[in-house]
Ligand binder design. Sequence first.
Ligand SMILES: Nc1nc2c(ncn2[C@@H]2O[C@H](COP(=O)(O)OP(=O)(O)OP(=O)(O)O)[C@@H](O)[C@H]2O)c(=O)[nH]1
Ligand SMILES: [Mg+2]
Length: 530
Amino acid sequence: MSRDLDRRLTALAEAVEVADGRLEPEAVEAARAVTRKAGVRLGLGIENTVVALAGPTGVGKSLLFNVLSGAELATVGRRRPTTSEGQAAVWGDGADPLLDWLQIGRRHRVDPGALRGLTLLDLPDFDSVEGAHRLEVDRIVALADLVVWVVEPQKYADASLHDGYLRPLRTHGAAMAVVLNQADLLSQSEVGAWKDDVSRLLADDGLRTVPVLVVSARTGEGLDSLRRLLAERVAARDAAVARLAADVDAAARTLRERCGEGRPAGIQRGDRERLVTALEEAAGVPTVVRAVDAGHRHRGTLATGWPFVRWVRRFRPDPLRRLRLRDRAQDGAPEPGRTSLPPPSEVQHAQVATAARALADGAVAGLPAPWPTLVRDAATANEGRVADRLERAVGGTDLRVTRPRWWSVAAVLQGLLALTVVAGLVWLLALAVFGYLRVDDVIPTPEVRGVPVPTWLLLGGASAGVVLAFLARLANGIGARRRSRRAAGALRRQVEEVAQELVIGPVEQELEAHERLRKALAAAGADART
Ligand SMILES: Nc1nc2c(ncn2[C@@H]2O[C@H](COP(=O)(O)OP(=O)(O)OP(=O)(O)O)[C@@H](O)[C@H]2O)c(=O)[nH]1
Ligand SMILES: [Mg+2]
C-alpha cells in the first residue's frame, strides 16, 4: 500500500509541476503542500500512529484522553474552554521526532501494552471563544493520521462540526472515527435514536463508512470497542498511509476539476497550412519567387540574347540582386539575413496573428477553461519575433538559382554568328566602296546559288542569331519556372520551420502539458489504484 502511495505521490508531484502557472495557484499550492507533507510524514516512519481527539468544547476529550492513557494527564474542567494547548500521550517510545514536527511540547509516556505505537493527542476545542484554539485544531487535523471526532448528546449536530470539518473532509473517511461520548446521560432507547441520527448526518456529509462508537468516558462504557479500534489501526500501521492517500486523492481531485474533462482536437492540417501561407505573405515569399523567375530570364537574355540588342538589358538591374538575396550565381553571399525585402505590413501582421489564433482555437477545441486561453497565449507569445525571424529565414534560404551550362555554348555561338554578320557587313561595305570608285573585281564576290557570299554571311548570321535568341528565350522561360518552383519549395520549408518554432511548437507544448497533467492526475487519483 505504501508503494502504491509512493507511486501516486510521484504522479501528484509531476501534476503540480505541470499545473504550476497553468491552473489556479491556490489549488496547485495545496497539492504541493500535500506532496511536501507526505514526504515529511513518511520520512518520520509509520511505526507510530498519531490519533487526535477533536471536537467542540466540553464534550469530554480531555477526560477520554485521561481514561485511555490511565493517568490524570489533562485537566478536565467545568469552565469552558478548558484545554488551550495540545498534549500527547505516547504508548512506547520513538515518537519524539514526530511530535517535534507536530509541534506538541507536552508529552507523556504510557505503558505500551496492546496500544504500542499509539500517539494520542488531546486538542483544544474548535468552537472556542479563543481563536487560537481553532488554529491549533486545524493545524493538527491537517497532520494527524487518524482524527477521532468526539461529540456529546447536545452538540453532535452543530454546523461548526459538520460544515466546518466533516463535509470538507468527506474524502477522508478512512482517516476518521466518530465517538459519541457521555452516553451515560441517555437511556438505552435514546442512545439508539442518537446513533441513528448521527449516522444520517454523517451520510449527508458524505461520510457513510466512518466508524461510529458510543462510549462514556465517565462510566467506561464502550471504551473497549474504542481501544480495540485504536489497537487495530496502530498494529496495522496503515493509518498514516491511508491518511496521506486520502490527501493525495483530494488534491488530485481538486486539480482534476480545475483541469477539466475532455481531449483536445489537436492541430488541424488546414489551420497549419493557412498559418504557413500567412507567414509566407508576410515574409514576401511571392515577391522573391517572382524575382527568381524574372532574374533567371534577365540573366538568360544577357547570356544568350542576340548580341546586337541584348546590351540594352544591361541598363536594367537584376531583379534578384536588387532584393539582396542569396544565390549561387553570385560570388559571395550577401550579409546573411539582411535582405532588401519590405517588412511585413500591418495587414500581413494581423493576418499572421489571426491564423495563429485560429490554429490555437482549433487545436484546443474540446478542452474547457483555462486551456483555450493558455493555448492562445502560447500561439501568440512570439508575435514580436515574427518579422525578424522571417527575414532571417528568407535571407538564409539557398534559392538554388543555378546558371545552366548551355548558356556558355549559346553565348559562344552567338559570338560566332555576330562575327559572321560583321564579316558579311564589312565585305559588302568594301564592295560598295570599290563599286562607287568604279574599281571592280579587286575584291572577289563568289556566289552561292546566285547570291553573293557576303550577303549570305550577313543575312544568314543575323537570322540564325535571332532564331537562336528566340529558342534560348523559350528555354529560359522553362528554366525560370523550374527555378522559381524550386525556390518556392525551399522558402516554404524555411517558413514552415518559423511556424513550428514560433507558433506550432508552443501550441504543441501546451497540449502536451495538458496530456501530461491529465495522465499524472489520473495516476495520482484513488481510482488509479491497482
Ligand atoms: N456525564 C458525563 N460527563 C462527562 C463525560 N465525559 C466528560 N464529562 C464531563 O464533561 C466536562 C468537560 O469535560 P472535558 O474533558 O474537560 O471536555 P473537553 O472536551 O476536554 O473540553 P475542552 O477542553 O474545553 O475542549 C467535564 O465536567 C467532564 O467531567 C461522560 O462521558 N459523561
Ligand atoms: Mg479538554
